[in-house]
Design a protein around this ligand. Structure first.
Ligand code: IMP
Ligand code: MG
Length: 174
């Protein structure tokens, strides 16, 4: 396994505190609305599991996994859905739950694909935002932490499939 942990950037306690605040904001916003949380696998599985327990209004949960092919061409079709949601999203206000927005290209395509299915609305909540690396115009509606241009792991996020199980977010020494 290459790479080692350089330092802890965000502790478990800091994550919990931010999730509690975000959960309150979402609960207020979606109080009278049919809410569907869509977690983007695999990186966001822990964030979804934790933040949903700070949401105190009825909501449904679904999962989606994509594969990106950002090479030479950046036309549509650069993101393939390898696991799709099971819900008919036209009946719901969708909140996409994401681990980290880096270039923004994956999420940009996911939003484009989901909007074609005419959901009542689509918003994004992200655990981390790395705005320095953005290549498309895209902002999360709710972002828990903004980080500099570092490669991070833990709390669902991986390096070569490892480190997802760390309870905190750490910088990786590559
Ligand atoms: P984007 O399309 O460049 O915004 O990248 C999206 C995905 O790449 C994220 O949802 C993560 O799953 C992954 N990713 C981006 N930066 C990092 C990082 O620093 N650590 C781990 N995964 C990352
Ligand atoms: Mg992700």
């Amino acid at each position: 396994m290459d790479g080692s942990i350089k330092k802890i950037l965000i502790t478990e306690e800091e994550i919990k505190e931010a999730e509690e605040k975000a959960g309150k904001i979402l609960s207020t916003e979606y109080r009278e609305k049919p809410l569907l949380l869509i977690s983007l696998l695999k990186g966001a599985f822990i964030f979804l599991a934790d933040i949903c327990r700070y949401i105190d209004v009825p909501c449904r949960i679904d999962f989606m996994e994509t594969k990106s092919y950002f090479g030479g061409t950046e036309s549509s079709g650069s993101v393939e859905i390898i696991k799709d949601v099971r819900h008919d999203i036209s009946k719901y206000h969708v909140v996409i739950v994401e681990d980290i927005i880096d270039t923004g290209r994956t999420l940009n395509e996911v939003i484009r694909m989901l909007k074609k299915r005419k959901p009542l609305s689509v918003k994004v909540v992200t655990l981390l935002d790395k705005p320095a690396r953005r290549t498309v115009k895209l902002n999360a509606d709710l972002s828990l932490f903004t980080i500099p241009d570092l490669f991070v792991v833990g709390y669902g996020m991986d390096y070569d499939g490892y480190y997802r199980n760390l309870p905190y977010i750490a910088e990786l020494d590559l």
